[in-house]
Design a protein around this ligand. Structure first.
Ligand code: 5GP
Length: 212
């Protein structure tokens, strides 16, 4: 394909309440060739279950604030009123340089900022089947205190209400296999959209001798 006819890679935002299973669904999207993850910076400390540098780039509050001051974030937010999380712009540059669709696992506040800056980005929201099931999953993880679980459930309510406002797709995560298939199907369908195929169609027509 010629350089001029290349479209910018997709920016795929995935959000959902904690316990909605979004990390698993993000992994399913990342199984698709032509994708890459964004690694967020956070000021929260690493959980015992998290390998260094894999899920997050763990930074100090000072380091985070310095990155904000240098304008290094595409978006950033304070989540649960406690810790800061942000998407470094460098991942967007990487994705464009390598022609890979970028996958951002971020909260609703961050998604709103990315949608504002990059209106062509695609936002997918992951819904839990019910409040009771979400609570059961959060308790099952055994990683949060009662207070933290209450905070996460309250945030889930607000996020689900926000989801209806600007997300492009919603996946109901009742069955993890089906939800993963749906997440992949969404990405594949966007890649096949007539708009994104236009450069290829043009090229194909050129091989036929061009448009009239
Ligand atoms: P956790 O601490 O459970 O890993 O994540 C808490 C919340 O922060 C999740 O909703 C997660 O999607 C969100 N989050 C993770 N990285 C970012 C980021 O870079 N920006 C924003 N705005 N939210 C993030």
């Amino acid at each position: 394909m010629s350089k001029e006819s290349k479209l910018a890679p997709l920016v795929l935002i995935v959000s959902g309440p904690s316990g909605s299973g979004k990390s698993t669904l993000v992994q399913r999207i990342l199984e698709l060739p032509g994708t890459m993850p964004s690694v967020s910076c956070t000021t929260r400390s690493r959980r015992a279950t998290e390998a260094t540098g894999k899920c997050y780039d763990f930074v100090t509050v000072e380091e985070f604030d310095a990155m904000v001051a240098r304008g290094e974030f595409l978006e950033y937010a304070r989540v649960f009123g406690k810790h800061s999380y942000g998407t470094p712009k460098k991942w967007l540059d990487e994705s464009r340089k390598n022609g890979l669709d970028l996958v951002l696992e971020i909260d609703v506040q961050g998604a709103a900022q990315v949608k504002e800056k990059l209106p062509e980005s695609v936002a997918i929201f992951i819904l839990p089947p019910s409040r009771a099931e979400l609570e059961r999953r959060l308790r099952g993880r055994g990683q949060d205190s009662d207070e933290e679980i209450a905070r996460r459930l309250a945030k889930a309510r607000d996020e689900i209400a926000a989801a209806a406002r600007f997300y492009d797709y919603c996946i109901l995560n009742e069955d993890v296999k089906r939800a993963g298939d749906e997440a992949q199907a969404i990405v594949i369908a966007i890649r096949c959209s007539a708009e994104r195929r236009r450069p290829r169609v043009k090229e194909l027509l050129a091989s036929f001798g061009g448009e009239d």
